[in-house]
Design a binder for this molecule. Structure first.
Ligand SMILES: Nc1ncnc2c1ncn2[C@@H]1O[C@H](COP(=O)(O)OP(=O)(O)OP(=O)(O)O)[C@@H](O)[C@H]1O
Ligand SMILES: [Mg+2]
Length: 162
């Protein structure tokens, strides 16, 4: 089942990311889709807080991947500038995608053929300048019941944020 949440500020997107960062498990992969400035990095900064990463997470545009230490390792890919999928193969993507940390990928559409069967697709769309429509679209079976967690997060958000 797909699940959509509207956020009304960068802080709300970060808080949503933080709750999700508390839920993810070693080996999970989150694939982010959304235009420039949609809020992918913002969401991932929230995830890093949920994972108790101490460093400040920024977009790794020039390095393809940044690795952070938290409760579990965070592998942050930004493949915007990747023009040839070989670049990802050469840096040994399997060690990350099938490793012991959480992998998050900005511009996942660029390397879609390398994504594992099981992953959570997260699509961020502009609604207004300050609102974003964030859809969670499970791929494979692993994340099929993730919407139950999302409902809990949404109830929590409704109680405390609005
Ligand atoms: N509801 C919202 N959620 C997230 N960001 C928002 C929201 N409203 C406004 N913004 C703004 O949108 C921008 C999102 O920037 P961010 O770097 O996270 O985008 P991105 O998707 O990672 O872009 P890029 O593809 O360039 O990496 C920030 O300037 C943020 O303040
Ligand atoms: Mg970004």
């Amino acid at each position: 089942m797909n699940f959509t949440i509207i956020t009304k500020s960068p802080e709300e997107t970060k808080k949503l990311g933080k709750e999700i960062g508390k839920l993810v498990k070693p080996g999970d992969l989150l694939a982010f889709y959304g235009e420039l400035g949609a809020g992918k990095t913002c969401f991932i900064q929230g995830i890093s807080e949920g994972l108790e990463v101490k460093d400040y997470v920024t977009s790794p545009s020039f390095t393809i991947i940044n690795e952070y230490q938290g409760k579990i390792p965070l592998y942050h890919f930004d493949v915007f500038r990747v023009s040839n999928i070989e670049e990802i193969i050469e840096l040994g993507y399997e060690e990350y995608f099938y490793g012991e940390g959480l992998t998050v990928i900005e511009w996942a559409e660029k390397i879609e053929s390398l994504l594992p069967k099981d992953h959570l697709k997260i699509e961020i769309k502009f609604k207004t300048s300050y609102e974003r429509k964030i859809s969670f679209i499970p791929q494979g079976n692993k994340f099929n019941l993730f919407w139950e967690d999302l409902i809990r997060i949404e109830n929590f958000r409704n109680r405390y944020l609005h």
